[in-house]
Design a protein around this ligand. Sequence first.
Ligand SMILES: C[S@@+](CC[C@H](N)C(=O)[O-])C[C@H]1O[C@@H](n2cnc3c(N)ncnc32)[C@H](O)[C@@H]1O
Length: 271
Amino acid sequence: MITGNRAGPNGEARDTARRDEGFRAPSRLRPAGRLPESLRGVRERTHMLNSAVLDGIGRSKGTDKSAGGTGGHDYLRKYEFILKDLKDLEFTLLELGIFKGASLRTWEEYFTRARIVGVDVVPETQGHAGGRVETILGDLSQTPFVESLSALQARVIIDDASHWWTDQLRSLFVLYPRMPGGGIYIVEDIHTSFQPLAPMFSAGLDTPPARVLLKIAEYMTGNNKTSPFDPDRRMLPLSPEPVFHNEARAIADMTDLIVFMEGSCVLMKKS
Ligand SMILES: C[S@@+](CC[C@H](N)C(=O)[O-])C[C@H]1O[C@@H](n2cnc3c(N)ncnc32)[C@H](O)[C@@H]1O
């Protein structure tokens, strides 16, 4: 049932009640049939994910963030849509997790003026420094080390390290609030929050990072400048407060936009 107070014809408040028990979602969400002639081809031409410059570079460098190869995540087409305005700007990009350096070389080629910083716990990865790429040796499971990275004031942070739930949440909770306004934070491979990978990545935690990110999205949608909002951001029907409620609520309040894609999530911080 949906109820509401509406003003009557003479301005008086009156209760209205509308019974919607009979409501059913339409069985077909898209009308059948073809696009009108005038719109044919428009969708293809204007499709915002069509640019494949970053993906092409990623393929040539061999990172699994591209759509190429076996197991390619196909993140780069979507990241380019989000990051393209930074292409020729001076800023710092920080990536957590270097491995063979393929993604660092991808960022260096695409972002023509950026300082690219990679972090890894394995000493051999440090050899991937060179050009505009710098490397830092450190263990992201250590909070003081993660905190020290905020001094870089990176405009873009990509978490592609262990994907352990504890590490993903620690880095998000520590680094994101300390980023400059307008910062873009990417949590990669959040399908590790789901079965069958969850037991391998949970690291003893009960709350998967994807659940926390979805909570952040839920709280954000309840925020609106034009109406007062519940400080606890409760959406009906009331559910128990999730673990990391305070962190999720704080992040929701500092976030302009959150974008989900298959396996990855991007947060954009308010200026
Ligand atoms: C998925 S790979 C990175 C791939 C790389 N970003 C790319 O796209 O080419 C993950 C990396 O995270 C590093 N890593 C794992 N646990 C870590 C930790 N606790 N601290 C720092 N680095 C860690 C691993 O050594 C590995 O090199």
